[in-house]
Ligand binder design. Structure first.
Ligand SMILES: NC(=O)C[C@H]([NH3+])C(=O)NS(=O)(=O)OC[C@H]1O[C@@H](n2cnc3c(N)ncnc32)[C@H](O)[C@@H]1O
Ligand SMILES: [Mg+2]
Length: 432
């Protein structure tokens, strides 16, 4: 009877029994009459022990000619051994080479990041990248789980759009049958329409910004989740944001301690991510910055340095609200008692990771929104549908956008967002 094919992360259910593992050779070493094969199958790593005296000659010869990342099928009996990776190993009886990998380029020696990014399609197989993207997968699932639980309807926003949301300097333009179209910078405007239909809605997909700068926090293509709520004020928006961030961090801590350990991530800062998060106004933030020696003028936007100083003043993510109107997007609702500031909120992650969420309350008055569109020199005709939301049953509403890559970099403790997305698009990279 053929041994059953099993996943490496299920070996514990087969101790003492013969199984097959189908996978790739991650590494191997030999010691005299024994060869130790480290086999990965996508779910984990297992040590397969080939003892010359226990196998046929062809199996022994095969084991010794295997190369890194050759694909293979290993049959062996499962044995518990806490010294082995994952706590189990296979005592090999049979071995079938499926495809010999010749000169696999990513050898165990160190490689530069550009070399690794040029080979991103293979680099994904390494333990560090595997750990990061497994956490990403859980993060994405936790986002959806949260919004399902909170009664939000998924409404998919278009990628091909007629107009800017976050300023016209970072648009990727494309030709739409002779008409200019732009890759979505944000699904927000469409979520406002969805919120008037469903009450609470969200979109979750790729968004695009032609950022003409090389920074550790910016990608040209990144994934953003964007909830929107009708009848919502700034406090509702902040409470939703802290609930989401606490939920996703909690899920990752529940499920990925081994991966976080492999990434050498100190999880203590993540254990403190629980609501309520502190909130400071822009004015208060200016005071904190000045007390910490930053020479900052009222009215200036905050860059990475200012955000790091601000976030270091708190033990968990911190909201900054009521930014000056002139540094924020056209749709931001002014504070009723102070029109020079807006009811916006950015959430800054600790440890210098900076802005992970941007959002706020939207202008719900038709005349004011039309004036803002004009002040920002935006083509009014491209926003007529958006203005309709203020013509037919306008209500206070708002939401935010959370960048998945920014959150993943923070949770994993990574220095750059390029490792947080399977195939990063940065200023000089469109390959692979
Ligand atoms: N529905 C909304 O209210 C969202 C709103 N229209 C918006 O796009 N806000 S944002 O420009 O601050 O971007 C939101 C977040 O999107 C992330 N973001 C924003 N730009 C980037 C780039 N270039 N790379 C990676 N991540 C990025 C980052 O976490 C920001 O906090
Ligand atoms: Mg922002």
């Amino acid at each position: 009877q053929t041994a059953p094919r099993v996943d490496v992360d299920d070996l514990g259910q087969y101790v003492g029994k013969p199984v097959q593992v189908w996978g790739w050779l991650f590494n191997s070493r030999s010691s005299g009459r024994i060869v130790f094969l480290l086999v990965r199958d996508g779910t984990g790593l297992v040590q397969a022990v080939v003892s010359q005296r226990d196998v046929e000659g062809r199996v022994w010869d095969q084991a010794r000619r295997l190369t890194q990342e050759s694909s293979l099928k290993v049959t062996g009996t499962v044995r518990a051994d806490e010294r082995a990776p994952g706590g189990f190993e296979l005592l090999v009886q049979d071995l079938e080479l499926v495809h010999l990998a010749v000169d696999y380029p990513i050898t165990p020696k160190e490689h530069g990041v550009d070399f690794l990014l040029d080979h991103r399609h293979l680099w994904l197989r390494s333990r560090r990248q595997h750990a990061i993207l497994r956490i990403r997968s859980t993060l994405v699932g936790a986002v959806r789980e949260f919004f399902d639980r909170e009664g939000f309807v998924l409404v998919d926003a278009p990628i091909l759009t007629p107009a800017a949301v976050e300023g016209t300097t970072t648009l990727f333009r494309t030709d739409y049958f002779g008409t200019p179209a732009y890759l979505s910078q944000s699904g927000q405007l469409y979520m406002e329409a969805a919120a008037m239909a469903f009450g609470r809605a969200y979109c979750f997909g790729p968004t695009f910004r032609a950022e003409h700068s090389k920074t550790r926090r910016h990608l040209m293509e990144f994934w953003m989740v964007e909830p929107e709520m009708a009848w919502a004020g700034l406090d509702d928006i902040c409470r939703l944001a802290e609930g989401l961030v606490s939920h996703v961090v909690g899920r990752v801590l529940e499920r990925h301690r081994p991966e976080l350990a492999l990434l050498e991530r100190d999880t203590a800062p993540l254990e403190r991510v629980r609501p309520p998060f502190p909130r400071v106004t822009y004015d208060e933030a200016i005071e904190i910055l000045r007390k910490n020696g930053a020479a900052v003028e009222w009215g200036a936007d905050f860059g990475g340095d200012e955000e790091t100083i601000l976030s270091n003043a708190f033990d968990r993510p911190v909201f900054v609200t009521h930014y000056p109107a002139h540094i924020k997007a056209f749709y931001m609702k002014p504070a009723p008692d102070r029109p020079e500031v807006v009811l916006g909120a950015d959430l800054l992650a600790p440890e210098g990771y900076g802005e992970i969420i941007g959002g706020g309350q939207r202008i719900d008055d038709l005349e004011l929104l039309m004036r803002r569109i004009e002040e920002h020199h935006l083509p009014k005709e491209a926003y007529e549908w958006y203005l309709d939301l203020r013509r037919y049953g306008s209500v206070p509403h708002g939401g935010f956008g959370m960048g998945i890559e920014r959150v993943l970099a923070w949770i994993c403790g990574l220095p750059h967002v390029r490792e947080t997305i399977p195939f990063p698009r940065t200023l000089y990279r469109l390959y692979p």
